[in-house]
Design a protein around this ligand. Structure first.
Ligand code: NAD
Ligand code: UGA
Length: 315
């Protein structure tokens, strides 16, 4: 089962699993019949043998019947995004990231699902000195979103630690994932869109923030590898190894599209950290995984997807 299957990462994951011959039940509360982005995200998987899509809210739906014979739950459903989490929607973050996760773990336990792979976030580290973050570092979440993601991963691990729980958990701390179908609120999408359309880009701060940008196919490969990781693997960083500043990303977008970008500088946003950088030793050791796509090539693929007519209609 892939939760959040109509979303950015979940839709790519579901498709990759299907391509590998796996049967997938995708669950998402966004209805592809009513939501253009969900429809575009799911277009490649819909109709493929082995895929069943369920439109349902994990806060209320009956989860047990979806889990007969499930080997793995990839739990990616949630409310993402650092900056909007300060606003009035915090209760949505709590509901989808924590309360729904509790329901997923209760169902996994009852249905004796062997493995849950849960989407955590680099944001749980909070401000760092700029060096690579190791999974054992003390988390210092700096936004309401990051607090819910830390709660989510720890909640899953607390379930797994119970002597009577048959479900093992791997929590993946993804670092800023980008590529085709990336969420339109994210920076790489916005910078490419600005370069393609000529619309201005709003830059929050001076652009010296750095992110360990992770290409979507690499994130998906790590996620599938997590299904096969040893018992008690616990937390693993998934960082793309392309640590770059926003100004560097702007320059790549300009050179790929061949057009200047109009920039409106705005104040830095609360909860945004200056740098994220993953120590990937554990991902290499326990998942046998390392990133393969650099930022320039990954952004080229994202730009090509953004300029396809079908994508433009949904974006
Ligand atoms: P996304 O918004 O594209 O996908 C999330 C999906 O979850 C959406 O389709 C949404 O409808 C669904 N969802 C939310 N609440 C639900 C509920 N209660 N019941 C059913 N479906 C629900 O986001 P994404 O970028 O694909 O992120 C996927 C996961 O990875 C999230 O948990 C996010 O916190 C985490 N994550 C993402 C990134 C990133 O860079 N994109 C980095 C770190 C962690
Ligand atoms: C991203 C995802 O949005 C989170 O869901 C995820 O948990 C997180 O990665 C993670 O790694 O864990 P973020 O790093 O904030 O969060 O990624 P972007 O939304 O792409 O923002 C990156 C930087 O660009 C931030 O400093 C942000 O302030 C800046 N930005 C973003 C702008 O300057 N302008 C914009 O229009 C958008």
């Amino acid at each position: 089962m892939v939760t959040g299957a109509a979303g950015f990462i979940g839709s790519h994951l579901a498709h990759a699993l299907l391509q590998a011959g796996t049967t997938v039940i995708g669950v998402d509360r966004r209805d592809p019949a009513a939501d253009q982005t969900a429809a575009a995200n799911l277009a490649a998987s819909h109709g493929l043998a082995g895929y069943m899509h369920i439109t349902a809210d994990l806060l209320t739906c009956a989860i047990d019947p979806l889990l007969f014979d499930a080997d793995v739950i990839f739990h990616l459903a949630g409310i993402p995004g650092v900056r909007p989490s300060w606003g009035p929607h915090f209760s949505d973050y709590v509901a989808s990231n924590i309360l729904a996760t509790q329901r997923v773990m209760d169902a996994a336990t009852r249905m004796r699902v062997p493995r849950v792979v849960v989407a955590s976030s680099s944001s749980v580290y909070g401000p760092t000195s700029g060096g690579p973050s190791v999974e054992s570092d003390h988390p210092r979440p700096a936004s309401p979103y990051a607090v819910t993601k830390l709660a989510e991963e720890q909640l899953c691990l607390a379930h797994a630690a119970r002597a009577d729980c048959p479900t093992d958990v791997v929590a993946l701390r993804y670092f800023t994932v980008y590529g085709p179908r990336q969420r339109p609120d994210m920076f790489t999408h916005r910078v490419l869109r600005a370069a393609i359309t000529g619309e201005p880009l709003r830059l929050y701060g001076d652009g010296h923030q750095r992110r360990d940008f992770t290409y979507i196919d690499d994130a998906v490969a790590a996620t599938i590898a997590a299904a096969f990781a040893p018992t008690d693997t616990g937390i693993v960083n998934v960082g793309g190894g392309s640590n770059a500043s926003l100004l560097e990303v702007i320059n790549i977008a300009k050179s790929l599209v061949g057009r200047d970008i109009q920039i409106h500088v705005e104040h830095a946003r609360n909860g945004d950290v200056l740098t994220t950088r993953a120590n990937s030793g554990r991902a290499h050791d326990v998942l046998g995984w390392q990133p393969t796509v650099d930022l320039h090539n990954g952004m080229r693929a994202q730009m090509q997807a953004l300029t396809q007519p079908a994508y433009r209609a949904a974006a």
